[in-house]
Design a protein around this ligand. Structure first.
Ligand code: AHM
Ligand code: MG
Length: 341
């Protein structure tokens, strides 16, 4: 029988990489793993809505059926609160931070930012969705967690990851020592190491962007898209366009096969659509750890100043050579003045 390494075993083995660690981070990652298994179970049942009851209705057991993004948010908050290893949580679903103020959590070292169910509009059409998370060491010393604990540069992240609820359920995470991916084996209910030491190709032939917004893109993006579409045998162009519209799914594919994901400024989203704290920073950390890059078109995502919990930013993320070239086009045709201040 082949030896399998479960997420739990792997976390314990890797704890040795952090000589001063007392296991809190390991327990936090374990809590996230547990919540994601519960969310996966519910996502898999989403197609049964007609039988089990539509979101917002009362199901056959007389319970009210929750929307899956609300359900996912509640599951992650419950797992993190009960686990006792984080003193505050920031979520895309909550305007303000959630202070976890029980006896055990009050002085916990970490805060967790998350998007509990990214791309949730895709659930009704059976397209993959995901959870994104980011872990920081608190900057306040003791007592309840504060907003300031979250307003740190992405470079300060201690760990980050995503879970993709797709044809299989996978957790991919980094603690700053490479990226590892775990696939849920439903027969034993465990995440098993399936993608050790993930590396993204340095260059590739796929670009991912919502081209419906083309007329509103900055000139640098328009010109870069045209470059991707030109015929040139030496650079294997034209490239392929691949856009699911579910960020975790697009970025997971590009991480494995290579490519660039772009969400620039548009008329509807003049500062970009994606959120710095719980979407862009964690995805940037994972991508960099896999050998890729992430910028806002001009600057490294993980060095951007953050002043608001739900702050947005443009995002260019993926294979290093492609992100560099898109950045060159931005500088040449859009100019540094176009950078979001
Ligand atoms: P959400 O957090 O509200 O789900 O929005 C984020 C999603 C990403 O998953 C995806 O890449 C992007 O928004 C798609 O946006 P659009 O439909 O504008 O292309
Ligand atoms: Mg989101």
């Amino acid at each position: 029988m082949r030896q399998v390494t479960t997420l739990g075993q792997f976390i314990i083995e890797k704890q040795a990489d952090f000589p001063y660690a007392k296991g809190e981070l390991s327990r936090l990652l374990r809590d996230i793993g547990i919540a994601s298994k519960i969310v996966n179970r519910e996502v898999n049942k989403a197609g049964l809505a007609d039988i089990l009851g539509e979101a917002g209705s009362i199901n056959v057991q007389g319970e009210s059926v929750k929307k899956l993004d609300v359900f996912a948010n509640e599951q992650f908050i419950a797992a993190l609160s009960l686990g006792g290893e984080c003193c505050a949580i920031a979520s895309e679903e909550n305007e303000d931070i959630i202070i976890v103020d029980n006896k055990q959590s009050r002085n916990a070292k970490y805060v967790v930012a998350m998007d509990p169910l990214d791309g949730s509009s895709n659930i009704d059409v059976n397209v993959s969705v995901g959870t994104i998370f980011s872990i920081y060491r608190r900057t306040s010393l003791t007592g309840p967690g504060t907003l300031e604990d979250f307003l740190q540069h992405g470079t300060e992240q201690v760990a980050a990851g995503y879970v993709i609820y797709g044809s299989s359920c996978m957790m991919v995470y980094t603690t700053g020592k490479g990226v590892n991916g775990f696939t849920l084996d439903p027969s034993i209910g465990e995440f098993c190491l399936s993608h050790p030491n993930m590396q993204t190709p340095k260059t590739a032939k796929t670009y991912s962007i919502n081209e419906g917004n083309y007329v509103h893109f900055p000139d640098g993006v328009k010109k870069y898209i045209k470059y991707c579409q030109e015929e040139d045998a030496a650079t294997s162009r034209p490239y392929s366009s691949r856009y699911i519209g579910s960020g975790v799914a697009d970025i997971h594919r590009n991480l494995i096969t290579g490519g660039i994901y772009m969400y620039p400024t548009t008329a509807k989203s003049p500062k970009g659509k994606l959120r710095l704290l719980y979407e862009c920073n964690p995805l940037a950390f994972i991508t960099e750890q896999a050998g890729g890059k992430a910028t806002d078109g001009f600057r490294r995502i993980m060095e951007l100043e953050i002043s608001e919990l739900h702050q947005r930013t443009p995002l260019f993320l993926g294979s290093a050579d492609m992100v560099d070239m898109a950045g060159d086009y931005m500088k040449k045709y859009s100019g540094v003045d176009a950078a979001i201040k």
